[in-house]
Design a protein around this ligand. Structure first.
Ligand SMILES: *Cc1c(COP(=O)(O)O)cnc(C)c1O
Length: 431
């Protein structure tokens, strides 16, 4: 890898105008040290920085790019739409076409509203659940991320099932107090919250396959248990499938596990690399959204035609073969990373689900936020830098998912595993 001279110059300049030099915190490489690489271009599974370094990319824009970077067909389709006008603030047929396709893939989404980000989808779904139930509180799980809405920036105090305290300054105590925290993969922690507030909880919001504390799949009857607890207590179940939607399967995690939530949040893949989010679900609930009903929610660029076109292109190409190939390569990579760690004597737990995975640098199985936090982040940082030096671009944080795409080849995976063997030896020397 060439010294990233130009990236360093650009970062220095960016910091004079953008807080921390970036527009989203994880991009700044703070968790792994060094300066972030500025990207010039990408194609398929390859990303190229401004100093001319090439990497096999496993960030893939944090999940949207299931078909790889800049598929030529998608770029052509988006350009053709843009030539007709980039935004109207009036309906186009593309919106209900994409909506119909979403419903065909995710049948629990009888009605769909498009927004511009996953954050907006989650904020709006919770507002709607509160309006529908006439209740204020929500249950979220420590380690699950639902975007940066105030209600979600809350972590556990002492123990995982306490009243929330704000994680970020600027979130009021009043907002935080309406967010109750439970432990992922622990139904008892959810039961205890319902017992304490039998008629106060509007919704349970959950990543059905957690991806934002690193990948943590749901254990046993966890999702089924959430479905029945919500039903029993008159609360709505919201699946935040911003990552898992169109990723775990064409129908999302809800298709894999056979659980129908009341509301679903989507993002990432649904925009084919453009800014799109969506929320949707039961018709009786969604019909409360304005202008059909009284729950206000709007967006100047919602349903943007260029973004809808990219989303349609991406969703039309979710074949059975795509998921079989992704799962096979995901399993290859997970096994390869585990082998590399074993060979170097470095304790690593690889959690994987299809085409997402996380190597946790810990000897304890990771099934919730507390066990994720046992990971040695210093070891991950050493591993990350070792991979980068060898032409592989993993996520610049221990607590993020690696994403595969249709563009990653068996050869890419083999090269990645080879690099991992060397990078794990760097870690073994360092710890
Ligand atoms: C990325 C993500 C979000 C937020 O989406 P943005 O488009 O970044 O606002 C919400 N929920 C989950 C599960 C996510 O992974």
């Amino acid at each position: 890898m060439r010294t990233p001279v130009r990236s360093r110059q650009l970062f220095a300049r960016a910091r004079q105008i953008l807080p921390g030099g970036v527009d989203s915190p994880v991009r700044a490489f703070q968790a792994v040290g060094g300066t972030p690489l500025f990207i010039r271009r990408a194609a398929g599974a390859t990303i190229v920085d401004v100093d001319g370094n090439r990497f096999i990319d496993y960030v893939m824009s944090w999940g949207p790019l299931i078909h790889g970077h800049a598929p030529p067909g998608l770029v052509r389709a988006a350009a053709a739409t843009a030539r007709l006008g980039t935004s109207f603030g009036a309906p186009t047929a593309l919106e209900h076409e994409l909506g119909e396709r979403v419903r065909a893939l995710v049948p629990s989404m009888a009605r769909v509203r498009f927004v511009s980000s996953g954050t907006e989808a989650a904020i709006s779904a919770v507002r709607l659940a509160r309006a529908f139930t006439g209740r204020d509180r929500i249950v979220k799980f420590a380690g699950c991320y639902h975007g940066h809405g105030d209600a979600f920036l809350v972590k556990a105090g002492s123990g995982a099932t306490t009243l929330g305290v704000p994680t970020s300054p600027g979130v009021t105590r009043a907002v935080a107090a309406d967010t109750l925290l439970a432990r992922y993969n622990d139904l008892d922690s959810v039961r205890a919250l319902f017992d304490a507030q039998p008629a106060g909880i509007a919704a349970i919001i959950v990543e059905p396959i957690a991806g934002n504390m690193g990948v943590v799949p749901p254990a046993g009857q966890f999702l089924a248990g959430l479905r029945s607890l919500a039903m029993q207590h008159g609360a709505l179940l919201i699946f935040d499938e911003v990552i898992s939607g169109f990723r775990a399967a064409a129908g999302g995690a809800q298709a894999v596990f056979g659980i129908a939530p009341d509301l679903t949040c989507l993002g990432k893949i649904i925009g084919g690399g453009f800014p799109v989010g969506a929320y949707g679900g039961r018709a009786d609930v969604m019909e409360m959204v304005a202008p059909a009903g009284p729950v206000y929610q709007a967006g100047t660029l919602s349903g943007n035609p260029v973004a809808m076109t990219a989303g349609l292109w991406a969703l039309k190409r979710l074949t059975g073969r795509l998921y079989r190939d992704l799962a096979r390569r995901g399993a290859m990579l997970a096994a390869g990373l585990a082998d590399a760690a074993r060979a170097a004597g470095v304790p690593v737990q690889v959690n994987a689900f299809g085409s997402v995975l996380t190597p946790f640098f810990t000897s304890s199985p990771v099934r919730d936020y507390d066990s994720a936090l046992t990971a040695n982040t210093g070891a991950y940082a050493t591993f990350f830098r070792g991979m980068l030096a060898r032409g592989i671009y993993p996520p610049p944080s221990q607590f993020e998912a690696w994403f595969l795409s249709a563009a990653h080849t068996d050869r890419d995976i083999a090269r990645t595993i080879e690099a991992a063997h060397a990078a794990m030896k760097d870690v073994a020397r360092a710890i």
